[in-house]
Design a protein around this ligand. Structure first.
Ligand code: B1M
Length: 222
């Protein structure tokens, strides 16, 4: 099975969704993450290994390449699509409890801010590393984050902001989370955000990119 896991990881890394997908051109006509995942599960592979040694490994590779500017947003989107297609085959195992998520990550772009491309990338990468992701969308008020943490106790919250005028709204959200959902770990990011700003507002972690967020979350549950 090891070879199949490697092939699945390769398909995710290079965004090969299924046999009929034309991308990437050098894999045209070959099985993709979809067929290989189904084949592995039908032939007795452990769903946990399919997830961790196949899908998550592929997403980790693309995440590192993205951080190093070796690939760009479209490639990450193709990888996420390959991952999500393959995940459909794993759904029953998540539902039965045979495969467990690492935790729950609630993410949103803060109130006043409609930028969601970076937030969506973080969301996809975190999901691709084995977390359940609750995406609250854009223009999210503190109250919505608080309600979501109450619905999902123990979850980690991620705040994204792209504007210098909205990053300041993070401070209020962090404050309200601290009083109304004490103990919640808060991760922040977005182009104007810095680690200095994180320290000032009392959030737990700042990451400049999705891979940093994934690595921080995974360290939390290691
Ligand atoms: Co707007 N916009 N925009 N915009 N926009 C910027 C951000 C801006 C820098 C453009 C500029 O002037 N050069 C500027 C902000 C200036 C500032 O505040 N300093 C700006 C402005 C001013 C505005 C408006 C106010 C314009 C206007 O209407 N006058 C307006 C505001 C609307 C609002 O939000 N209320 C506005 C609107 C828009 C569009 C709707 C047209 C569109 C958004 C579409 C969408 O998101 N669906 C848009 C876009 C596309 C941009 C630019 C061009 C691209 C942003 C983007 O998606 N980048 C942007 C200029 C630029 O960056 N070149 C700009 C790609 C994305 C992958 O990167 O989001 O940084 P990014 O995410 C990164 C990291 O930051 C990190 O990971 C991602 C991947 O590496 N990250 C996290 C992000 N969130 C994270 C969370 C984490 C961890 C990491 O943990 C939780």
């Amino acid at each position: 099975m090891e070879e199949i896991y490697q092939q699945i990881a390769h398909c995710v890394e290079f965004g090969k969704i299924n046999k009929i997908s034309p991308y990437p051109p050098d894999m045209k006509g070959q099985d993709g993450a979809d067929e290989l995942t189904k084949y592995a599960l039908d032939n007795g592979a452990s769903p946990v290994d399919v997830l961790n040694r196949g899908l998550v490994t592929g997403m980790e590779k693309i995440g590192v390449k993205f951080r190093e500017n070796k690939v760009f947003v479209p490639q990450v989107l193709m990888s996420a699509k390959a991952m999500n297609t393959a995940m459909q085959h794993l759904k029953p195992y998540f539902q039965s409890g045979a495969v467990k998520r690492k935790g729950t990550f609630i993410i949103g772009t803060v109130v006043g801010d409609l930028h969601d491309i970076g937030k969506n990338l973080v969301s996809m990468m975190v999901e691709g590393s084995g977390w359940e992701v609750i995406d609250l969308g854009t223009d999210v008020k503190a109250e919505k984050f608080i309600n979501a943490t109450k619905e999902h106790p123990g979850s980690v919250v991620g705040l994204s902001a792209l504007l210098t005028t909205t990053m300041v709204n993070m401070e209020q959200i962090v404050k309200e989370l601290h009083t109304q959902a004490p103990g919640t770990t808060i991760l922040i990011g977005g182009a104007p955000v810095t680690d200095e700003f994180r320290e000032k507002i009392g959030a737990d972690f700042y990451s400049p990119d999705p891979q940093g967020a994934v690595e921080y979350l995974n360290r939390m549950v290691a």
